[in-house]
Design a binder for this molecule. Structure first.
Ligand SMILES: *Cc1c(COP(=O)(O)O)cnc(C)c1O
Length: 362
């Protein structure tokens, strides 16, 4: 097997989950977000560990992600955060999933199917308070509630909204979203609805806006040990590792990798690593990133290829073929560093780690 792997530390995952519990308190339920294969960590193993740790619910983006979890024996409620298509109503019922609904037409479609098979479907109403992506407008809620009273096979179990900028320096926008959402709750109650769950906080909201905790929170990135915004410690869950597969000594003036974007300025010892952009180690990291070998931080030189990456190991004493290399998650190289070098966020770096890379659970 190619010596490239991702170590997933399930104890660190549970530690981070317990940090969430510690922040929000025991009265607040937790919906752990495991969309996009649990941010690249492997959704089945991660979900099992989170269920063991006591998560009340799981959240995914698509029906396929939810079905994968049900088929692996996961029994806790699974909320479809990205909504459902009318033609997915049958799967929602068959796998006992909790859809989020944000339009009268999708509500009607699910109600129609649930009526046909004699089931009641619990759902969460998604309200858009400023993200301007998915959700019912605040001014459409009242009208939606009127239409809901005739949809006998639907039950409003939850209502939620999503923050656009809870991690940004300015708190104003998030505070506006919180007050819009409170208005929505007021409208609901006045219309005689009292959904069991009210929720808005993502990881940033959990850490920075206690007033957004309501009675359910939806942590994602912080479970995986990134997105730290408060005094609470989080532990990285994924360590991405590989091994040196070849060493080569090059004279001054040698171009390295495709296009020769790096040319040696000294006699250079290079090491080739069996990982590339086809594994999610982005090409953007060419001539920008660092890796760690035997505790030494060494630069990526030349273009990252689809399956291989080259680093300068001239300054690493006694380096050998087969030596372990840390790409991130250990030895002081954080996933946030990779994100900075690639001009993106840690979410993207984690979630694009490819299928070719085996996840080893420790
Ligand atoms: C992805 C997602 C989350 C988790 O967000 P983090 O920033 O990773 O904590 C929460 N809620 C919804 C609706 C999401 O789509």
């Amino acid at each position: 097997m190619r010596p490239t792997w991702a170590e997933i530390d399930l104890n660190s995952l549970k530690f981070n989950f317990n940090q969430v519990k510690r922040i929000v308190g025991s009265d607040v339920c937790v919906l752990s977000v495991v969309k996009a294969d649990a941010y690249g960590h492997g959704s089945i193993a991660v979900s099992r560990a989170l269920v063991e740790a006591g998560t009340d619910m799981l959240g995914v983006a698509t029906v396929e992600e939810a079905i994968e979890l049900r088929e692996s024996g996961i029994k806790v409620p699974i909320v479809l955060l990205g909504g459902v298509q009318p033609e997915e109503a049958e799967l929602v019922v068959r796998y006992a999933l909790t859809p989020s609904i944000f339009s009268p037409s999708s509500a009607e479609a699910i109600n129609r199917y649930a009526y046909r098979v004699g089931k009641r479907v619990r759902f969460h109403l998604k309200v858009d308070t400023g993200m301007n992506r998915l959700g019912l407008g605040v001014d459409e809620v009242y009208c939606f509630l009127n239409c809901l009273t005739s949809l006998r096979n639907l039950e409003l179990e939850g209502v939620f909204t999503h923050f656009a900028s809870a991690d940004s320096d300015s708190r104003d926008f998030t505070l506006k979203q919180i007050s819009s959402f409170n208005l929505v709750i007021y409208t609901l109650k006045k219309a005689g609805f009292s959904p069991r769950y009210m929720h808005m906080a993502n990881s940033a909201g959990i850490q920075r806006f206690p007033e957004s905790h309501m009675n359910l929170v939806r942590p994602g990135i912080m479970l995986y040990g990134s997105g730290k915004l408060g005094q609470w410690e989080l532990k990285p869950v994924m360590k991405l590792k590989t091994r040196v597969v070849q060493l080569k000594s090059l004279p001054v003036g040698s171009p390295v990798s495709y296009g020769g974007t790096f040319v040696t300025k000294r006699p250079t010892l290079i090491a080739t690593l069996p990982i590339g952009y086809g594994d999610g180690y982005m090409r953007r990291l060419s001539n920008r990133a660092f890796v760690s070998i035997k505790g030494f931080r060494v630069p990526v030189i030349g273009s990252v290829c689809m399956d291989m990456t080259i680093v300068d190991v001239t300054d690493v004493p006694d380096v050998r073929v087969g030596d372990e290399v840390v790409l991130f998650g250990d030895d002081g190289i954080k996933v946030e560093d990779i994100a900075m070098w690639a001009d993106t966020i840690s979410y993207e770096i984690l979630s694009i780690i490819g299928k070719r890379i085996p996840r080893i659970y420790v």
